[in-house]
Write a protein that binds this ligand. Structure first.
Ligand code: ZN
Length: 139
């Protein structure tokens, strides 16, 4: 059985405590579940003195999920914990779309609880995906 959003929220709160955010001070925790698994996979943001090397919590969690469960990993829910509810950045939405359907629930939360729920379709309604790669007009 998939972990529920409260279980994911607790994991995201814990992950946020490990955030490495000495430059922005903006700590983020994420936790996701995957289809057909009881696993709870978390991530935190990991900043770098070379700012471009910074990874968001969501992408850390997605990469952990793929590393642990393989390239066919399908994400079934995501909880994001920030000081005030905030959506994933555009880059993370794009990465999430590689491993989730449009109905992916994205729960925006704080350390006090879950505040808003969206779907991936809400947050990234028109996205570039592998279907686009199959239609090169120059072929
Ligand atoms: Zn991001």
């Amino acid at each position: 059985m998939n972990p529920d959003e409260k279980t994911l929220w607790k994991a995201a709160v814990r992950a946020r405590e490990n955030a490495h955010a000495p430059y922005s001070g903006y700590r983020v925790g994420a936790a996701l579940s995957i289809v057909g698994s009881e696993a709870v996979i978390s991530g935190c943001n990991v900043e770098n003195a070379s700012y471009g090397g910074t990874l968001c919590a969501e992408r850390v969690a997605v990469c952990r999920a793929v590393a642990e469960h393989g390239p066919d990993t399908r994400i079934s829910a995501l909880v994001l914990v920030t000081a005030t509810p905030a959506p994933p950045c555009g880059l993370c939405l794009q990465v999430l779309s590689e491993f989730a359907k449009g109905d992916l629930p994205v729960f925006l939360a704080t350390p006090s609880g879950i505040h808003r729920t969206y779907t991936l379709d809400d947050l990234l309604p028109i996205r570039f995906d592998n279907a686009n790669l199959e239609h090169d007009p120059h072929d």
